[in-house]
Write a protein that binds this ligand. Structure first.
Ligand code: EPU
Length: 338
């Protein structure tokens, strides 16, 4: 375990923000993680993994632990299912491709999501009608204070829309070290009801899609809307889609009958924040080093030299504008590191 000083974190966050870590250490095993957490000379520790859901607004005055623990293990298997344990540092999309190569179904709709597997449960990542929680069995996490490993069941994770125990009561207390999934080996449950997937499959003339076909369709759709972080720094959706109750939705839709919305339940309606932001005129607009992506208004981008403060400035302007126009508060989905 080697501790480096004054390391730029530009390559460790998909926004490509150039802040410095006072100290930096790469963690390749559970043992190393335990040892690093016990280093008393560095009382402040900060965890980074895929860096795909964070916005740095200043240098990190701490020992940054970069979680790079690798490994995929089959824990159990029957004719129908496989139980897979994936270590936190596995790159999410590479892991999804590995499951597809083995014809294991369940993760295909979540192809090409940036980030690492260990951070996926924190915000219960999701795309195209599927969320992490749908195939999640449990995860293991090290308690930072005691360096003990603890197993969390699905119920204990308390998953919600882009939400979990780890974003609430468990915030800052644990480092997820592995995630266990239950995937199908046959009779895969395809989820193609999300409009764009069906359109893409029929465009390709595919009538009986395999899980690989669904993944390919998702990859095509994502590439057409979402910028590649290696080319244009970004963190996927910057904001969550706001959820309104029936009364709030009722008055909103009367004043804005053309608005897009999804009914979640009898009492809850989700409004696409991308639509609200586009209506406020921000889609495709550039402000110096930052801007709103031209194909998806929910995505803020770094044109090269933006600081976290530049991006936060634009985010605040957008949030105020949406509130002024629609009286709806949108909030960041990305973790803002202040
Ligand atoms: N829309 C607009 N203008 C825009 C963007 C979207 O009008 O600029 C409208 C679209 O017409 C569409 C609706 O908003 O009717 C929804 O758009 P989209 O399908 O692109 O999905 P989203 O709700 O904007 C969510 C997730 C994405 C995920 C997609 C697909 C959140 C915060 N975002 O976006 O997740 O890929 O659905 O399932 O829930 C992420 O979390 O980083 C992320 C990219």
């Amino acid at each position: 375990m080697k501790i480096k000083k004054n390391i730029s974190l530009k390559n460790y966050n998909t926004f490509g923000i150039d802040v410095k870590a006072k100290f930096f250490c790469e963690i390749n095993s559970i043992n190393e993680l335990e040892q690093a957490l016990q280093l008393e000379d560095y009382p402040k520790k900060f965890i980074v993994s895929g860096g795909s859901n964070m916005l740095f607004t200043k240098n990190v005055d701490a020992l940054v632990l970069y979680i790079n623990i690798k490994g995929i293990t089959i824990l159990e298997e029957s004719n129908d299912h496989v139980i897979l344990k994936v270590m936190a540092g596995e790159i999410w999309h590479d892991m999804v491709l590995w499951t597809l190569d083995h014809d294991y179904g369940g993760l295909e709709n979540m192809s090409l999501i940036p980030g690492n597997t260990g951070t996926a449960p924190i915000q219960n990542i999701g795309a195209y009608g599927v969320e992490l929680k749908d195939t999640f069995v449990s995860c293991e996490a090290m308690e930072i204070g005691t360096q003990t490993l603890r197993r969390f069941t699905k119920e204990q994770c308390n998953f919600g829309y882009r939400d979990s125990y780890f974003k609430n009561k468990g915030k800052g207390k644990y480092i997820i070290t592995s995630v266990t999934f239950k995937l199908t080996k046959r009779q895969h449950q395809l989820n193609t009801s999300y409009g764009a997937i069906e359109e893409e499959l029929s465009r390709k003339g595919i009538t009986k899609p395999t899980i690989k076909d669904v993944s390919n369709a998702v990859v095509t759709i994502r590439r057409s809307k979402l910028p590649d972080p290696k080319v244009l720094g970004n963190s996927g959706s910057f904001f969550k889609n706001p959820v309104l109750n029936k009364t709030e939705f009722g008055s909103f839709i009367v004043s804005h009958p053309k608005a897009k919305f999804y009914k979640i339940s009898d009492d809850l309606y989700k409004i696409p924040a991308g639509w609200l932001i586009e209506q406020c005129g921000y889609k495709g607009k550039r402000f110096g080093n930052t801007g709103v992506h031209k194909d998806q208004a929910l995505v803020l981008v770094n044109y090269g030299n933006a600081t976290g403060k530049d991006i936060m400035g634009l985010a605040n302007t957008i949030m105020e504008s949406v509130y002024e126009t629609y009286k709806i508060r949108i909030i960041p989905e990305v973790n803002i590191i202040k």
